[in-house]
Design a protein around this ligand. Structure first.
Ligand code: GUN
Ligand code: ZN
Length: 432
């Protein structure tokens, strides 16, 4: 069935960079997005596209609104929605006090199912259609997440967490059970519909060398699966890594040593890296997830986007809920702007959107499928409504350019401005 959506349409063709290169984006003021069988087949100006639609095409008039590609959250914990915004600690204490107790509850399959549904609905409600997600150590938490994602036809990369030391005993697997359970989950879910599996060692502190070695073996046996972990988030953590892996040159070197740095390896945070680390990450095809709300909330440090981009590392934006404080990629973009501003770096609206769409898709090696409206890609998109709240409506009325409008929506917008989220051409969510 052919569908057509008329609106102002904006997407990225490449990285607009720190100066907002206009040739890296496409904006069609009065445009039409054409979708056939869930895939984009054309975008163009309304006066050109409308006459060419099939006779039976379903035309949705979203005039006055802005259509952008579905947002992509490169790193988030489904199990932490109940402890988002928990007061007062830095990473290691925060994990012990809030994250680990919340994750223990996922031994209960019913709880895992209920949270997975809430979590994915909340993503969609915020315009996020693709996400790379940490479940918990319990295989049933990954099963629940994949099942709920499949029911919504979302692109979700997820995995059962591997952790066998330096954490509560209730949350420990062991090198053999973690390997076997991950393997079973890969066979069940990886490549099924829009789902992908990520081998998910939590971070090097919570895995023994035997477990990291087993994770590396899995990564070698499944080169098209993802590797998803945390890297160099907090100085205390980095110092502890230096003691635990005294033989290593750096934190990243630990993962590299065990075969966990390769294409489709995704590292959340990447705050305390040096030039050699960034060069190695770029050379091996690893990607960094930039988690500004989390880094500011946990007092972890500042992400150096310029250094990562100069080194040629793939970077995508991420909420890192529940260390992160918002499910909204709009809010996340605005915090990214502030964090970069503090370092004398700029983030134009177009690049902020790039980091949450095409840039994120490249970081996840999914740009063949999602990230912009190139014909052939899956039709995941968001209808942004500048009139969603009084303040955005007022600010939008005063905006003279698309850049100005987009920037104001990034800073002032929230889920009230997400008029609809479409997953492969189908509107999703309750009441959207
Ligand atoms: N490092 C290891 N585990 C976690 C986690 O759950 N959240 C964050 N922000 N960092 C981590
Ligand atoms: Zn995280």
């Amino acid at each position: 069935m052919q569908q057509a959506f008329r609106a102002s349409i904006f997407h990225c063709l490449g990285d607009p960079g720190p100066h907002g290169d206009a040739t890296a984006v496409e904006h069609i003021e009065d445009g039409v997005l054409v979708v056939d069988d869930g895939h984009v087949t054309r975008i163009g100006p309304a006066d050109e596209v409308l006459p060419s639609l099939e006779a039976g095409a379903a035309l949705e008039d979203c005039s006055g609104k802005l259509i952008v590609p579905g947002l992509i959250d490169c790193h988030v914990h489904s199990s932490q929605v109940d402890i988002i915004a928990s007061y007062g600690e830095q990473l290691l204490d925060w994990l012990n006090k809030y994250a680990y107790p919340a994750e223990m509850r996922f031994v209960d399959e019913e709880h895992a199912r209920a949270v997975a549904e809430f979590f994915l609905d909340e993503l969609l409600h915020n315009g996020t259609t693709t996400a790379a997600v940490f479940a918990t150590v319990h295989p049933q938490s990954a099963d629940a997440l994949f099942a709920a994602a499949e029911a919504r036809n979302m692109r979700v990369i997820a995995g059962k967490v591997l952790m066998d030391q330096n954490c509560p005993v209730e949350l420990r697997d062991d090198p053999e059970s973690g390997y076997a359970e991950s393997k079973t989950l890969i066979e069940k879910w990886h490549g099924r519909g829009r789902l992908g599996y990520a081998i998910t060692p939590r971070f090097a502190l919570t895995s023994s060398e035997a477990q990291l070695e087993a994770a590396g073996r899995l990564a070698a046996e499944h080169p098209d699966a993802w590797v998803h972990t945390h890297l160099a988030e907090n100085q205390e953590e980095v110092d502890e890594i230096g003691r635990q892996f005294a033989w290593s040159r750096s934190y990243l070197d630990v993962y590299d040593h065990f075969g966990l740095l390769r294409e489709r390896s995704l590292f959340a945070h990447c705050l305390h890296l040096d030039t050699a680390d960034r060069a190695l990450m770029a050379e091996k095809g690893g990607a960094g997830a930039f988690c500004p709300t989390s880094n500011l909330f946990l007092g972890s440090g500042l992400f150096d986007l310029q250094a990562m981009a100069d080194a040629g590392v793939r970077v995508g934006l991420a909420t890192d809920v529940g260390g992160g404080t918002s499910m909204s990629m709009l809010r996340t973009m605005s915090e990214a702007y502030k964090m970069l501003h503090l370092q004398g770096q700029s983030l134009p609206a177009s690049r902020a959107l790039y980091l949450a769409t095409l840039g994120a898709a490249k970081a996840l090696y999914l740009d063949e499928f999602v990230g912009n409206f190139e014909p052939g890609k899956e039709a995941d998109f968001v209808v942004l409504d500048p009139e969603g709240s009084q303040i955005t409506a007022r600010r939008a009325a005063a905006a003279e350019t698309l850049d100005e409008l987009l920037f104001s929506l990034i800073f002032l917008g929230d889920d009230r401005n997400i008029a609809a989220t479409y997953v492969m051409g189908r509107i999703s969510g309750d009441g959207l």
